[in-house]
Design a protein around this ligand. Structure first.
Ligand SMILES: *[C@@H]1O[C@H](CO)[C@@H](O)[C@H](O)[C@H]1NC(C)=O
Ligand SMILES: *[C@@H]1O[C@H](CO)[C@@H](O)[C@H](O)[C@H]1NC(C)=O
Ligand SMILES: [Zn+2]
Length: 490
């Protein structure tokens, strides 16, 4: 038999069958030391805020309704009333896992973009919608037989806001998430439809420019200081049908970011992770070659490369190995930021985490399955490859219902490298990162997650993302904002 012995336990003094309370305290301290933020030394002021936060947490965790235990669509109004949530909104942080087509709130798309002139709408056979800006009546297409000018339609209806319920077609929100989305297939179908519906609005060139700016505004309102945006860099179109190639989108992103930074000097910047939703090895090869070139031409904007789409129905990373080894074969660096392990199925795609690490991924998108892979876990920890935890996405897309049972609870209690993000905010009805921070901090972290946890998560997001030449200034700016945040909340 193997004799294992935790040193502290071996020496525990036992009197009359009662474990030594002093020894117990030591063990608890030692364990608290291991969690995310456990080794962060808090200043005196930070300790005061931490004590206050602990009280707020105890109160919310003992209330009859605890938001992380509920579906987010029902929990959202409760979270909005939470003083912890309002505090998290003020905390300086960075967003490292957001997709460009779901960056901006749908309210803005409907209230601003669909009210612009020349906006045509079409209702499809499968109960979805398409939009198109055009200076003449658009031709029928395979998915859209009859285009109507939205302005005329609204005027006919008499009620000028009558079409604002379009919002429902562009998000996953519903009053009855459990009834409407009985399984992962149904919710993913709606998810993909919503992306297609929004595409006609966002890929209109003048809209894309405003959309990106508005996206940064919404993040800034949540005190997000830096963004890494996953984007497929769509082609865009003008009113007269002119098409701009992908590089136009990248230039526009660069321009908008510059303008935003000069309007908001305390914003650190934004970069793109080029993300393809590809089916064949040759498509991925082409995409990687293109990404290598774009990174060479726009080194400040292109952070790296990722593959997106539903893992459970797609190919494994290993299937694309020939394409993914191209940069190494060509002796160029193209950092990878793979989505991996966004699954609960235990099938082949489960191995994506290990393969992502073999391809030297910089971070792991989701890594929901990481807790089942001790070796991959050890490697990612050793290399400081952070998991991008997106709790609300995992819940809405039905990997977990009660967020207290999220496997990242294990990762947090072990201090695994981690950042928090929001994946597809517009589709889930969130903005910024604070809703996800709330769920991670109260639901996944539990009572023991403290201000040190928040500080480490926020520092991770700033420190693990910025390019080398921005790290020190970026960190210093974050630290200043953090100090103000702590003082403001005492
Ligand atoms: C839409 O947004 C643009 C750019 O932010 C702004 O200039 C315009 O006034 C907005 N229009 C409406 C109708 O809200
Ligand atoms: C990953 O990194 C290691 C060590 O730097 C290197 O030897 C290897 O070629 C890299 N693999 C790929 C696929 O880039
Ligand atoms: Zn994602």
């Amino acid at each position: 038999a193997v004799v294992t012995c935790v040193p502290l336990l071996c020496f525990a003094r036992v009197t009359h069958g009662m474990p030594d309370p002093g020894q117990r305290d030591l063990l608890m301290l030692e364990e608290a030391f291991m969690q995310t933020g456990g080794r962060v030394a808090l200043t005196e002021t930070e300790q005061k805020l931490d004590a206050h936060l602990h009280q707020l947490k105890e109160k919310e965790m003992s209330a009859a309704l605890f938001p992380p235990a509920m579906h987010f669509f029902k929990a959202k109004p409760l979270i909005q009333r939470s003083p912890i949530f309002r505090l998290l909104q003020k905390m300086p942080k960075a967003a490292l896992h957001i997709h460009s087509s779901a960056l901006v709130s749908v309210e803005w798309l409907v209230k601003n973009v669909t009210y612009r002139p020349h906006c045509y709408i079409c209702f499809t056979w499968d109960n979805s919608v398409r939009f198109l800006f055009s200076d003449r009546q658009p031709f029928p297409r395979w998915d859209c037989f009859y285009w109507q000018l939205l302005e005329t339609l609204r005027a006919k209806l008499g009620d000028p806001t009558g079409f604002d319920n379009l919002i429902q077609r562009l998000t996953l929100f519903t009053e009855d998430p459990d009834g409407e989305y009985p399984n992962q297939d149904v919710v993913w179908q709606k998810f993909e439809k919503a992306f297609i519906a929004a595409a006609g609005l966002i890929t209109h060139a003048p809209v894309l420019r405003d959309y990106l700016y508005r996206g940064l505004v919404e993040l800034m309102l949540d005190n997000v200081m830096y963004l890494e945006l996953r984007s497929g860099l769509s082609r865009t179109y003008e009113l007269d049908g002119t098409i701009h190639e992908k590089v136009w989108s990248l230039k526009t992103f660069q321009e908008v970011t510059k303008r935003f930074m000069s309007d908001h000097p305390d914003f650190l910047g934004a970069r793109i992770i080029i993300s393809v939703n590809a089916l064949s090895v040759s498509e991925v090869k082409a995409a990687i070659k293109e990404a290598i070139q774009l990174q060479k031409d726009f080194p400040d904007v292109v952070a790296g490369f990722d593959m997106v789409g539903r893992e459970d129905s797609g190919r494994t990373l290993w299937y694309f190995r020939e394409a993914l080894s191209l940069p190494a074969d060509l002796s160029v660096t193209l950092p990878y930021f793979f989505h991996a392990g966004e699954t609960d199925e235990g099938t082949d795609v489960d191995q994506n985490i290990l393969d992502a690490l073999l391809f030297n991924t910089t971070r792991i998108g989701h890594g929901y399955a990481l807790a089942h892979h001790p070796l991959a876990k050890a490697i990612s920890r050793k290399r400081d490859v952070a998991v991008e935890l997106c709790p609300i996405s995992n819940q809405v897309l039905k990997l977990v219902s009660d967020l207290r049972n999220h496997p990242a609870a294990v990762l947090m209690s072990e201090g695994h490298p981690m950042v928090i993000s929001s994946d597809d905010p517009s589709l889930f009805g969130t903005t910024g990162l604070s809703y996800d921070f709330y769920e991670a901090f109260t639901g996944i972290g539990g009572l023991k997650a403290n201000l040190g946890t928040l500080k480490e998560l926020a520092v991770n997001s700033i420190y693990s993302s910025l390019p080398a030449h921005l790290k020190d200034t970026g960190y210093a700016m974050w630290q200043n904002k953090w100090n103000v945040f702590v003082l403001d909340h005492l």
